[in-house]
Design a binder for this molecule. Sequence first.
Ligand SMILES: Cc1ncc(COP(=O)(O)O)c(C=O)c1O
Length: 468
Amino acid sequence: MWVLSCATPAYPTHILPTTTPKPFLSTYSHSQLSIPIHSHNPFVPEVTEAVDALCSEFRAVDNLVACNTSRVLKAFHNAKLASHHFAGCTGYGHDEVGGREALDGAFAEIVGAESAIVRAQFFSGTHAITCALFAFLRPGDELLAVAGAPYDTLEEVIGIRDSHGLGSLKEFGVSYREVPLAEDGGLDWDALTVALKPQTKCALIQRSCGYSWRQSLSVNEIGRAIKIIKASSLHAILRGSMMPYIIFWLLVKKNGMQNPYCLVMVDNCYGEFVESMEPPMVGADLIAGSLIKNPGGTIAPCGGYVAGRENWVKAAAARLSAPGLGTDCGSIPGDIMRTYFQGLFLAPQMVGEAIKGSYLIAEVMASKGYKVQPLPRVPRHDTVQAVQLGNRERLLAFCEAVQRRSPVGSFIKPVAGSSPGYASEQYNGLLLLGGKCRLLWLGWHTLDSMGFSFRRSFEIHMIRMRSG
Ligand SMILES: Cc1ncc(COP(=O)(O)O)c(C=O)c1O
């Protein structure tokens, strides 16, 4: 996913065209979209240079892909995956042929969790995250966001933005606080150490930066935060007496600072397969995300997942369906079930391509004077590459250029509009025609007007633009 913003850049800027972009290799018309094809080198010079310069980063990504693919393969072997698992089921999904269990089991193993629920019935990442939060939180509890403001679409879920009486956590008596980010855009470790209160039942960690101009978190950083959270939650509860302190320190020493009081939920959107570890491996109680992003491998047409400790996955499943129904129902038709396995198998490779794309765009755009986040060649912790274009016109010119080179809807002129769950204007909908996964092909074309090209690209590369 690329995030582009028209906030004023700190560096001198290169002027992007605001009119129809001019192809650099061949001409484009509405009746005939010419994709620049060059037999020996499909890239513009800036991109060729960047590819050469990024040789060692690309090699590291290839190693990551190999490592994650072997983890997926091992999980498929352990699930004894066979072709009958692709058959799917309809109706209640009670007596399906084992594909759902194989998928849940393999997914849990891949992310290092006790259990997982991977379902087409999750509308989106927001829906899966919401089920996980409602699994943890009860009236009187507090939700603490430890990495600054949460992702936009969670504002109405939490009740930070008015949900019009439709049942936010706030309306159910769950309070909310956040630990602002440190000045460098990372976690404020000192503030986190003293942030928890006895009523803090759930700490929310957002792995990816989303739209914020902040650092995305590495899995190691998430693990460090979890240790602090688990330690300080017990500290908050036992505050004020000597004996509990002694017990506390004994527990801390024995359990490596883990304790069951404050639960940790990680918004894992856009983080899957970007590293060789996932948050449950470092102590997250639950993670949640969308199959229309990284773990769907550009193939899954819908769905989401929740993974983590078994009892909490069951509780999240009860929020998705109903208490008592558990994880043993929910039909997934065979054509979709197949794509889930296929997409999961391809996901490490697709994420690898997205990471290479983000390195490329950071390298080229920074060389042209644009402010980028993360900086060129800095190790990635998600698939988001943010670029500040400087003003609304450039943003729109960029959107139009991307749309004109898209395989679907190339003839459509993008306009800003509202999206469900977002307070700010978005351009992201324009790229979703024909399904988010279709964007896979975007990167096979060269974005000549910008002077750089994309490698393979898809929804996890989705270009999102806002003018805030
Ligand atoms: C960090 C983060 N969290 C949550 C979401 C919400 O996911 P969805 O759009 O699938 O609801 C997104 C979406 O881009 C995201 O980037």
